[in-house]
Design a protein around this ligand. Structure first.
Ligand code: G3P
Length: 219
């Protein structure tokens, strides 16, 4: 099971890496835009440095296949060969995924709303598939069922692809994605931390602390 953080905020990344068992970081142009102003390449390099040993997934901004290949090569030169380029699963994207895999690049297929999109990305050689769980739910697409169907295809065909659930707005969606077969999830740091500081947990710990004080000091 892999837990990744879906953010480009340097402070949030540092705090999450210090506290949580995270194995990777994911961004997209909209997530990065929230952190402006910055120099794009410098911001990516800072994120990379904050997460040594973790996977980093950076989305391509180009829509044409040739431009995607060039952008991916630039990102690999900037961030290292272990970088994962996120490619939206469109017609151009599927073509790019096949060519990027032939060039030995790591690929995360993204913007997945439909199981067949994910299945095509698996056949194209994608390393990770990122279904957009909350966005699917908002559009009355059963993301749990879709994850299960993609997982069945991966397991039956013995493909190396992993499902990386994304676009979460609450803990229930995260748990359901994992329950339905996601190998990994990428979650905003605040949502990850919210699971650890609910009122029920806080109250339970406060009671234990009071009782510990009593049994150890008699007060
Ligand atoms: O990685 C980005 C994906 O998680 C989309 O998230 O919140 O824009 O639906 P959101």
């Amino acid at each position: 099971m892999e837990w990744m953080i879906d953010t480009a905020n340097l402070k949030a990344i540092k705090e999450a890496v210090d506290m949580l068992p995270v194995t990777g970081v994911t961004t997209n142009p909209s997530i990065l835009k929230a952190e402006l102003p910055f120099d794009y390449e410098e911001q990516l390099k800072k994120i990379r440095l904050l997460m040594p040993g973790c996977s980093m997934h950076v989305q391509l901004g180009s829509e044409e296949c040739g431009a995607m290949l060039e952008e991916a090569a630039d990102l690999r030169a900037l961030l290292g060969k272990d970088i994962y380029v996120k490619v939206p699963v469109t017609e151009n994207g599927i073509k790019a995924i096949r060519l990027l895999k032939k060039r030995g690049m790591n690929v995360t297929a993204t913007a997945i709303y439909y199981p067949m999109q994910g299945m095509l990305a698996v056949s194209a050689g994608a390393d990770y598939l990122a279904p957009y769980c909350n966005r699917m739910e908002q559009n009355e697409i059963d993301f749990g069922k879709a994850i299960g169907q993609m997982r069945d295809m991966i397991d039956l065909g013995n493909y190396p692809a992993k499902i990386l659930g994304a676009s979460f707005k609450n803990a229930g969606q995260v748990v359901r994605a994992i329950d339905c077969g996601a190998h990994a999830v990428t979650v905003a740091p605040d949502l990850l931390r919210s699971a650890l500081k609910s009122a029920l947990v806080t109250d339970a710990v406060a009671a234990f602390t009071r009782d510990y004080q009593r049994i150890t000091t008699g007060e």
